[in-house]
Design a protein around this ligand. Sequence first.
Ligand code: GH3
Ligand code: MG
Ligand code: MG
Ligand code: MG
Ligand code: MG
Length: 300
Amino acid sequence: MHNRILIVEDSAFHGKVLQDILTKHGFQVKWTSSAEEALQEKIYDYDLILLDLILPGIDGYVFAQNIKRAYPYLPIIAITSVVEEESVSRALNMGADDYIKKPFSEVELLARIKVQIRTRRLQLELLERNKELEIAYEKIKDLATKDILTGAYNRLYLREYLEMYSKGHDNNIISCFIIDIDNFKLINDTYGHLTGDVILKRLVDICKNTINDYGIVVRFGGEEFLIIITELVDSFFLAEKIRSECEKDKTGGFKWTVSIGLSQGTITKDKFLIDSEKLIKQADEMLYEAKRTGKNKAVK
Ligand code: GH3
Ligand code: MG
Ligand code: MG
Ligand code: MG
Ligand code: MG
């Protein structure tokens, strides 16, 4: 398309001439005789504005300034009868992209319009490309930081997160859970791997819903998940909640349970890796304890 032009011109004579020329050359033209009338239009429907500077009511300078603020990529060509250089430079400073002087030559008018529309098309293409790049970037970021099956974060992101967090919150207390599905091998063997996958996803959903934005859920190993809680909340309560939600879950049509080991400690920005490894090791020992003493329990 790229051929819709809005004319703002209070002179009936010039307005008519412009309208006739542009219509003759295949443009879709709307002629308005004041800025106020032009503002009634859906501005974003147009590809270019031809703007007389001296208008009754809101003048062309102020109109150009406002339009540019709201629609930076919409070209404006000022029409000026004033011969003073002053008015041209003022119009360009206030947002016009180009100008033509009355009386204008048809050839020059069309040439200038084509340049503006060409630039606009390129800008719109760039904007579109930028949007695509942003979407691609988000996708790549997701692939690099998350586990595809469950949507939980991966270990790479865990490290990044801990580093980022400890920088901003040196010496803060965090909690760590390791969650492991009980007898998961048996679930796979009995109901199939796909059903096993469904349970993994369900577990992550339960975890996310339970911890809200208190922390993050990480897929730590096959059927083992790690949760970091950075808020000072009752983390044992949260772990118990996750455990009981899993026990009640009916997704697979059978009962499944998890065991959870908890630990708590400070994380410092200088040795966030050592600190977190210590916490994970402690949580792992508690998990072992939960498994050893009968499973389907949270141990701290
Ligand atoms: P325990 O109660 O002691 O934890 O017993 P378990 O059977 O859960 O423990 P084990 O570590 O022996 O088994 C874990 C199983 O998890 C084995 C593996 O096939 C399965 N697993 C790991 N990743 C996936 C996955 O992505 N999908 C499915 N369906 N199964 C997985
Ligand atoms: Mg005028
Ligand atoms: Mg395991
Ligand atoms: Mg195991
Ligand atoms: Mg297991």
